[in-house]
Design a protein around this ligand. Structure first.
Ligand code: PEP
Ligand code: MN
Length: 352
């Protein structure tokens, strides 16, 4: 990445999740020109299940080169193995990113780092799927050890299982931890893969800016409803510009150590509370499922033996975790009361 870009915030990287056709790539790039510093498009797509669209592959490379040469926007794509990395160099792409599923594997990262050895290409390293700061740092170091270009960090959130607000929990304390450990690394944020849905993009982008991140990577598709991957989270170029215009970029004068220390602790607390709310919501969904089961099978809502068992096991857990018994009892009683209310509602609805 050219250093001059880093002087204005945010550095914007935008483009479709996947390159689908030459026409789509070219017209999206035309629509974004002037508002973005980098054009992104995946041509090799890591998909969770086979038979999903896995990208157009190597045939998309000339389309990206066209964006670079004819439209004049630097481009980047994801590389997941040495072959991809060699092709990115061969076609003269400006930058590449390492995806979250690749960052988890030091072997994979090392083979990419070896393939890029000595080159001046810019590399953005996404955080690993799970919350492991050291693994993220290790991947950045592997790239720094072999390449001569800039290496940046790209925060895309962390995977978790079950009902949740975000596709990938932001856990802001982790990128903040990275910045503390590696102050020279520029941090970028990828709100698209954190949010998983359009409605959340504005606030997550704003948060990234408030934390002083250097730039944003946001997926943009001409017609998101037709996108072959990540349809729910992409913005039209028009909406992307609207989002950027709505950002409030505050000057960061956070040299006061007390302010930053306190801010970092509060971010940690916010992140935990957000998680608590998600967990409570998951718990109530289970209560609902239990209510439906009881209704179908003619069982009563309150089963005292179960409540006694709950109290016994939770008491032991709280002791292990160093929590006051009384404190936990109060919380559990509230949670239990709400579960009973949900289940009673289900049973009563049957009587109507
Ligand atoms: C992507 O950027 O399209 C992508 C697959 O990202 P991630 O590695 O964050 O899932
Ligand atoms: Mn995507």
């Amino acid at each position: 990445m050219q250093k001059s870009y880093l002087q204005s915030r945010p550095v914007v990287i935008a483009g479709p999740c996947s390159a689908e056709t030459r026409e789509q790539v070219i017209s999206t790039a035309r629509a974004l020109k002037g508002r973005v510093n980098y054009f992104r498009a995946g041509i090799w797509k890591p998909r969770t299940r086979p038979n999903a669209f896995e990208g157009v592959g190597t045939k998309g490379l000339p389309w990206l080169v066209e964006v670079q040469k004819n439209i004049g926007i630097p481009v980047m794509t994801e590389v997941a193995n040495a072959h991809h990395a060699e092709l990115a160099l061969q076609y003269g792409l400006d930058a590449v990113w390492i995806g979250a599923r690749t960052t988890v594997s030091p072997f994979a990262v090392q083979t990419i780092a070896d393939a890029l050895r000595g080159s001046g290409i810019t590399v953005l390293v996404k955080n690993p799927m799970h919350a492991d700061l050291k693994l993220w740092m290790g991947a950045i170091e592997r790239l720094e050890n072999t390449t001569k270009g800039d290496v940046h960090a790209l925060h895309r959130g962390f995977s978790s299982y079950g009902l949740k607000k975000f596709r990938n929990a932001p856990m802001w304390e982790i990128p903040i931890g990275l910045k503390a450990e590696m102050p020279d690394i520029q941090l970028f944020c990828d709100p698209s893969h954190i949010c998983g849905r359009r409605e959340l993009l504005q606030s997550v982008s704003q948060k990234a800016m408030d934390l002083g991140m250097a730039g944003l990577m946001i997926e943009s598709h001409e017609d998101p409803s037709l996108a072959l991957s990540d349809a729910e989270q992409q913005l039209t170029p028009f909406d992307l510009v609207k989002l950027l215009d709505n950002l409030n970029i505050r000057d960061l004068t956070l040299d006061d150590k007390h302010i930053t220390d306190l801010r970092d602790l509060r971010i940690k607390m916010d992140s935990i509370d957000e998680h608590l709310v998600e967990l409570l919501s998951s718990r109530m969904s289970v209560a609902q499922a239990i209510g439906e089961y009881k209704k179908e099978n003619g069982l009563t809502v309150l089963q005292l033996s179960r409540w006694r068992e709950i109290m016994k096991t939770r008491k032991a857990w709280s002791e292990e975790m160093g929590l006051q018994e009384e404190f936990l009892r109060g919380i559990l009683e509230q949670v239990h009361k709400e579960s009973i209310r949900i289940q009673s509602e289900i049973l009563n609805s049957e009587k109507k």
